[in-house]
Design a protein around this ligand. Structure first.
Ligand SMILES: Cc1ncc(COP(=O)(O)O)c(C=O)c1O
Length: 473
């Protein structure tokens, strides 16, 4: 009642108490309405308003996480649960773990504590630089040079080691913008970006539509459109986040496309983040790093930042090893401080020094891994063809981007959601629908193929075949 007292002086007489209550309430409501309308749209994964990080609920309500939950509650097993859900929604690579296992068996000095052997407790027990041991940065810089076929140098001092690529991306989000600012992200994009980049930093992600008719490639026109629309909403665009090879499509960005992105960013004075976590999982064509394009052109190197990690190419996401490579001194210094919260265990770092220093093994491992990935991709394509389905052309990654538009009741997000539900709850396959990747063209689904064994994959493909047969009847 205290709030209305001043107005009671204005609204006199018998209605004083009534109008003195109604007017402030009405004004307050109108103010709320005004603020709400000026706020940018929130997205389907439960993102909060601009300037506010979304609550880290158990993965959010994106179909990406719902599918995982269904899988964990009823996981397929060939003999114990043959009608369970098959997990095709997780970009994990277990195809070459046997090779790593053999290497570890043959190199006990890398991970065992034997006194007198290479690994000593005193080498790993004390505090280390949180942004990575110099010895690991040194072998990593060499590894990065090999990824680009030694076409350019990588300076170990510009590497910031992080607990997974996720942490490197989040650090960049904190460094490049304020809560409420935006990054442009070509869509379809990896559904985890919403969680990893937005939740704590409050940075918003604005999808930049890459049409299937253009091979899912980013165009300058689409970038301009997304940039202008975002600025018009009063939101400051700070960076473009590209991924090559892409997730979920698996396409590699050629030098021309990357340079058009860099030119666009230069014209707008914004940063470029290039997520190259699948760089060594390219099984067709040639990988081009944004750092190569950067080195070859007239760009400010302080505006381009590379993210990499060992989770995918080595199949060791549990090790939590990622990195940020930046030549921007301010970001480098800030990122080094941020790693206080996401340091990689020194035991893991020490092991990786041994592993990556064995260049002969690493070269053979990556080559064999690429061969296995290609074989998987090829057998998925064949299985899909039997089920009368196709995939977008892919050059790398652990997944393919399946075109199920012909199975939709209509070309709408609702129809896509209905098909996704059928696949998950009836066919018991967890695929990721395009909506989770912020893709506006309904009917595309990501199918991950490197996290299950061959027999399980065949069961999944068979289920798809039976499903399409049933749809035709
Ligand atoms: C494009 C992309 N970036 C980053 C990540 C996260 O990697 P990490 O496990 O190293 O944090 C993933 C994982 O799927 C990814 O696909």
């Amino acid at each position: 009642m205290r709030i209305i007292v001043p107005l009671q002086g204005v609204v006199q007489g018998r209605g004083g108490v009534f109008w003195g209550s109604v007017i402030p309430c009405g004004l307050f409501y109108l103010l709320q309405l005004y603020i709400r309308q000026r706020r940018p749209n929130s997205s389907e994964d439960g993102e909060g308003e601009a300037g506010q990080a979304a609550p880290p609920s158990a993965g959010g309500d994106s179909p990406y996480y719902i599918g995982w939950r269904e899988y964990y509650q009823d996981p397929y097993h060939a003999t114990e649960n043959p009608d369970g859900v098959i997990q095709l929604g997780l970009a994990e690579n277990t195809l070459s773990l046997d090779l790593l296992q053999d290497w570890l068996k043959n190199h006990p000095e890398a991970s065992l504590w034997n006194e007198g052997e290479h690994l000593k407790l005193m080498d790993v027990a004390p505090y280390q630089y949180s942004h990575g041991m110099p010895a690991l940065k040194s072998v990593l810089s060499n590894f990065l040079e090999n990824l680009v076929e030694r076409s350019m140098p990588f300076n170990a001092d510009n590497i910031v080691l992080t607990a997974g690529a996720t942490a490197a991306l989040e650090i960049l989000a904190f460094c490049l913008g304020e809560a409420g600012d935006a990054f442009l992200v070509p869509s379809p994009y990896y559904p985890g970006f919403d969680r990893d980049i937005k939740w704590r930093s409050g940075i918003q992600l604005v999808p930049v539509y890459c049409p299937s008719s253009k091979g899912f490639m980013i165009t300058r026109t689409a970038l301009e459109k997304a940039y202008n629309q975002t600025q018009r909403r009063g939101i400051t665009v700070r960076a473009i986040l590209i991924t090559t090879p892409g997730n979920p499509v698996g396409n590699i960005l050629d030098a021309e496309t990357i340079s058009s992105v860099l030119n666009f960013a230069k014209a707008k004075g914004i940063h470029v983040i290039s997520d190259e976590i699948y760089a060594a999982s390219v099984f067709r064509g040639k990988f081009v790093s944004a750092s190569q394009v950067l080195a070859a052109g007239d760009y400010d190197s302080g505006f381009v930042h590379i993210v990499y990690g060992l989770s995918k190419d080595f199949g060791i996401p549990g090790f939590r090893v990622g990195l940020l490579y930046t030549k921007n001194e301010k970001i480098l210094a800030a990122a080094q401080n941020f790693t206080r919260f996401c340091t990689v265990s020194s035991h893991t770092q020490r092991l990786l020094v041994y592993l990556l220093d064995d260049k002969d093994f690493v070269g053979k491992f990556l080559e064999e891994n690429r061969r296995r990935l290609y074989n998987r991709y090829d057998s998925v394509l064949k299985g899909l063809q039997i089920a009368e389905m196709n995939c977008a052309e892919s050059s790398g990654g652990l997944y393919c981007w399946v075109d199920l538009r012909h199975l939709l009741a209509s070309a709408s997000q609702e129809a896509e959601s209905n098909l996704w539900k059928k696949l998950l709850y009836e066919v018991k396959l967890n695929l990721t629908p395009g909506s989770a990747c912020h893709y506006p063209e309904a009917g595309w689904f990501r199918l991950c193929f490197a996290n299950v064994d061959e027999q399980t994959l065949n069961v999944a493909l068979k289920r798809l075949h039976v499903f399409t047969e049933g749809m035709r009847k």
